[in-house]
Design a protein around this ligand. Sequence first.
Ligand SMILES: Cc1cc2nc3c(=O)[nH]c(=O)nc-3n(C[C@H](O)[C@H](O)[C@H](O)COP(=O)(O)OP(=O)(O)OC[C@H]3O[C@@H](n4cnc5c(N)ncnc54)[C@H](O)[C@@H]3O)c2cc1C
Length: 383
Amino acid sequence: MDFAFTAAELAFAAEARAWLGANLPPAWRRDHCWTRADDAAWLDVARDWQRMLFEGGWAAIAWPRAHGGRGATVIERWLFDQELDAVGAPRPAAASSVDLIGPAILHHGTAAQRDRFLRPLLSGSELWCQGFSEPGAGSDLASLRTRAERRGGTFVVNGQKVWTSHADIADWCFLLCRTEPDAAKHAGLSLLLVDMRSPGITVRPLRQMNGEAEFSEVFFDGVEVGEDRLVGAAGAGWQIAMGILAHERGPVWTFTFQRRIRRSLGELIRSARDRGALRDPVVRQRLAQAHIEVELLRLVGYRSLTRLLRTGRPGAESSIEKVLGSETDQRLQELAMDVAGPYGLVPGEFGQAWLYSRSETIMGGTSEIQRNVIATRILGLPR
Ligand SMILES: Cc1cc2nc3c(=O)[nH]c(=O)nc-3n(C[C@H](O)[C@H](O)[C@H](O)COP(=O)(O)OP(=O)(O)OC[C@H]3O[C@@H](n4cnc5c(N)ncnc54)[C@H](O)[C@@H]3O)c2cc1C
């Protein structure tokens, strides 16, 4: 682990800070994670901010310049994320899809797909959703049943996806589906880029317990997709999907998450002080424990960043960060609700974050699955 930055890296951070200082509208600054539940203006601001980042060349700084990036290193990406956080920048509309489908198209797509899709993705003029999970295929994703049959130069898609985040506002879906029904389970999958306005697609939003309808069920009924929308080879979908899912964990996720829960802890300490709860020794102990865990997550994030620099991959250890981060936040939000008491249910208090934290040990792979990965791939235990 090396915590020192080079002069070039410090100059890069200063350039980013200056750009953010000159371009981020003060009204958009937030000291908490701003979501659809907070405010109807969320999407307009998130899209405008995405476009501004793109026009300034900051939307995907680690990508090659030819595709709208600035060829930045992993460390520069980390520094930029720190600067975004320091000024309270809102989350841009395409934040996660730039890191998920972006690299898949960059590395596995055709030149025509890169030309067609990457710039609208970076500018936020086209939004994406991830069509992987199905009612019978979540943890065991490779058992998915949505099928795409080849008819002439077209795939015809039939099936159902579920938990598809932001499907209701997405223009495109990166869809994992079965194209080779006779091949072995994992070898029969392919990744298709599907226009969400195609005839035969029905999106049915799912209302969650926090009042939001962030994700949907998506039904595909004879949806036609041109074969020029196949990413990589037919049957290569599993490998490409595993690359996409690796981006859902690893240091970018860890640091984004760590900064968010560090802010939550700060808010909780302020609120506990206002309520006189800091006189309670048990609350003080639990706050101190939460601080230890949030700091631990930061240090584990540095280790993960170092591993990424050395090997180019997040590695199986990213499962440790996923479990530590999501479970730390759940404990923190439980504490916040204990401190707030009935006031936790008042809008704007901690209730929303508490409800949302329940999903964190499920999304991107459940805690049980992460523990299986840790057991078999890190500890070498038998399956
Ligand atoms: C907020 C949120 C956003 C999401 N967004 C998307 C999205 O945009 N696109 C998308 O495709 N999906 C999305 N998902 C779905 C997510 O990927 C799945 O929920 C997750 O993979 C778990 O699958 P499942 O819900 O089918 O649960 P299941 O796989 O049915 O698991 C049920 C329970 O059994 C346990 N279990 C299963 N298998 C094992 C095993 N082998 N060993 C031990 N325990 C096991 C699990 O840990 C869990 O507790 C999202 C989920 C959430 C919560």
